[in-house]
Design a protein around this ligand. Structure first.
Ligand SMILES: Cc1ncc(COP(=O)(O)O)c(C=O)c1O
Length: 460
C-alpha cells in the first residue's frame, strides 16, 4: 500500500496533525468534500418529487444502499437500513425486537461492549419491558483480564433456551479484542431457544463499529442476524450508521420509526396501514440523503485509495462492487493497520511503567492501543500528547463496564488508534511523544491502580 499516495487525498497531514484518534472518527478525504458540493446541483428530496433533480438524487440514494449491501456481501439492499450511527442502529434493533420478547427471556451481552451495545439492553430489561410487566434478564459475559479474550465458556454458560439474542462486539474499542464470531454463532445456534417460526437458536447481533474500518466483513459467511457500523469511522462525514439484518427479520419486524415514505403508496387508511417494500419500510421521514450517498462513495473510495496505480476505479461509479474487490482492499487495509499497531506495541514495551490492555503482541486486534502509565493520570497524558501535536483520547471510551471490571482508578486509559492513512512515521512520532510526556509527568501525578494487561515490567 502506498501510504504517501493515500495521505495526499487528505488535509490533515499538511496541517501537521498526527491524527491518531481514528477509533473515535476518521478524517474525510478531499473527494468527499467535493462530492458533497457537486451533489447540491441536484439538491432535492428522495422519493418525493417528479423533478429530474429529485429522480437523480433518489437513484444515487438507492444505489448507496446497493453499495452498503455489496460491501458486507449482503444478498441485496433489502437487508440494509440506515440510521444516524451505530448507536441508533442498535437501538433500532432493540425496538424492532421489543415486542417479541417473552416473559422470562434473556439477552446475553459482554463486559467489553461499548455502552451503545450494553445500555440499550439494560434499558430494555430494566426500564422499558418491566413497565409492561415483562421480565427479561440482561446477562453479561466476562473477559480475561490478562489477555482481553472474551470468556467463551462463561458466554456459553449464560446462553440458554431462554436467550432470544446474543449481542457482541466484533472488535472492542478499548481492548482491541476481536471475539471469534463463528464460535459465538455456534453457541447462539445451540441455545435451544424456540423462535416464533418454530426454528431453534438465538439471534446474533454484532457491533461492527470497530471491525468494519479495518477488516473484510462478510455477513453471509459469518451468518449474523444483525450487524451495525458507523460510516464516520470509515472516511465518511458524520451522521450515517448502517444496519444489516437478515431480510426475513426486517420483513417480519416492527420498524423503530413510523411515518412518511415507510408506507406503501396510498396504503394508509384510518384502520389500516400497509408498509413499503424493503428496505424503505425502515426509512421513515426524510433521511440523511447527502450523508448516505457520501458514505457509500467513501467505501468505494477506500478501494481506490489502497489499490495499486492502474487498477480499476470505483469511486465515481455505480457498478456493483465485487466481493473479491472489497475483500482484497480490506485485506490491504488490515495488513497495513496491523503492522502499525505492532509497531506501537513494540515501542510501548520500552516505555517505563506503561501497561497496555487487551491481546498480546501477535494476537489479532483492532488497530488501537489503550494504556495507562503508573503514576500518570490518562487525561493529563492525552493533554500532554496534544501539546506535542499528537491526537489521542483518554477516558473510558464508552467502554465503562470493562474499565470498571479491570478496577481502573480513575476508570480511564489513554488510547491511540490507527487508520488506513496512518503512516509508520505517525506511530513513531506518537510513541516518542508518549515517552517524553511520561518522563515529564511521571514524578508529579498520583498513582493509577488497576489490574490486567501488559506492562513494560512484564505481565501484571
Ligand atoms: C465498538 C463501538 N461500538 C459503538 C460505537 C458507537 O458509535 P457511534 O458513536 O457512531 O454510534 C463505537 C464508537 O466509538 C464503538 O467504538
Amino acid at each position: 500500500m502506498d501510504v504517501d499516495r493515500v495521505r495526499s487525498h487528505f488535509a490533515f497531514p499538511d496541517l501537521g496533525r498526527v491524527a491518531t484518534n481514528n477509533a473515535a472518527t476518521s478524517q474525510p478525504p478531499r473527494e468527499l468534500l467535493r462530492l458533497l458540493e457537486s451533489l447540491t446541483e441536484d439538491y432535492d428530496n428522495v422519493h418525493r418529487g417528479q423533478s429530474s433533480a429529485s429522480r437523480r438524487t433518489s437513484e444515487r440514494f438507492e444505489s448507496a444502499y446497493d453499495t452498503f449491501a455489496q460491501w458486507l456481501n449482503a444478498p441485496s439492499r433489502r437487508s440494509i437500513a440506515t440510521y444516524r450511527n451505530t448507536t441508533e442502529a442498535i437501538n433500532a434493533v432493540m425496538y424492532m425486537l421489543l415486542t417479541q420478547f417473552r416473559d422470562g427471556d434473556n439477552v446475553v451481552t459482554t463486559m467489553m461492549e461499548h455502552n451503545s451495545n450494553f445500555v440499550p439492553w439494560y434499558g430494555m430489561c430494566h426500564e422499558i419491558l418491566p413497565a409492561f410487566g415483562r421480565r427479561v434478564e440482561c446477562r453479561v459475559a466476562r473477559f480475561d483480564h490478562a489477555t482481553g479474550a472474551l470468556d467463551l465458556e462463561h458466554l456459553a454458560e449464560l446462553v440458554d433456551e431462554r436467550t432470544k439474542l446474543v449481542c457482541v462486539t466484533g472488535a472492542s474499542n478499548f481492548l482491541g479484542t476481536k471475539p471469534p464470531l463463528r464460535t459465538i454463532r455456534a453457541i447462539a445456534d445451540r441455545s435451544g431457544y424456540v423462535r416464533d417460526d418454530g426454528r431453534t437458536g438465538s439471534l446474533l447481533l454484532v457491533d461492527a463499529a470497530q471491525l468494519v474500518p479495518s477488516s473484510f466483513v462478510d455477513v453471509q459467511q459469518l451468518d449474523v442476524d444483525f450487524l451495525a457500523f458507523s460510516c464516520h469511522k470509515m472516511l465518511a462525514p458524520f451522521g450515517v450508521g448502517v444496519l444489516y439484518a437478515k431480510e426475513q427479520l426486517l420483513a417480519a419486524g416492527r420498524p423503530f420509526l413510523y411515518g412518511g415514505d415507510m408506507v406503501a403508496e396510498g396504503g394508509v387508511s384510518v384502520d389500516r396501514v400497509d408498509y413499503n417494500d424493503l428496505p424503505w419500510k425502515y426509512a421513515a421521514g426524510t433521511p440523511n440523503i447527502l450523508g448516505v450517498i457520501a458514505s457509500a462513495r467513501a467505501l468505494r473510495l477506500v478501494v481506490d485509495l489502497v489499490s495499486p496505480e492502474g487498477a480499476p476505479r470505483w469511486f465515481d461509479d455505480d457498478r456493483p462492487l465485487p466481493r473479491s474487490v472489497v475483500a482484497q482492499a480490506m485485506h490491504r487495509v488490515g495488513g497495513h493497520t496491523r503492522s502499525l499497531t505492532e509497531l506501537a506495541m513494540q515501542e510501548a514495551m520500552t516505555i517505563d511503567g506503561l501497561r497496555w490492555y487487551g491481546p498480546a503482541l501477535g494476537t489479532p486486534r483492532a488497530p488501537l492501543l489503550a494504556f495507562t502509565v503508573d503514576g500518570v493520570d490518562p487525561i493529563r497524558l492525552a493533554e500532554g500528547l496534544n501539546l506535542e501535536g499528537v491526537e489521542a483520547r483518554a477516558g473510558c471510551h464508552c467502554a465503562t463496564l470493562a474499565h470498571r471490571d479491570l478496577g481502573l482508578n480513575p476508570p480511564a486509559t489513554c488510547r491511540l488508534s490507527f487508520a488506513l492513512y496512518t503512516s509508520a512515521d505517525d506511530v513513531a512520532l506518537a510513541m516518542d511523544a508518549v515517552r517524553r510526556v511520561v518522563r515529564d509527568l511521571r514524578p508529579l501525578a498520583p498513582r493509577a491502580t488497576g489490574a490486567g494487561g501488559w506492562t513494560s515490567g512484564g505481565r501484571s
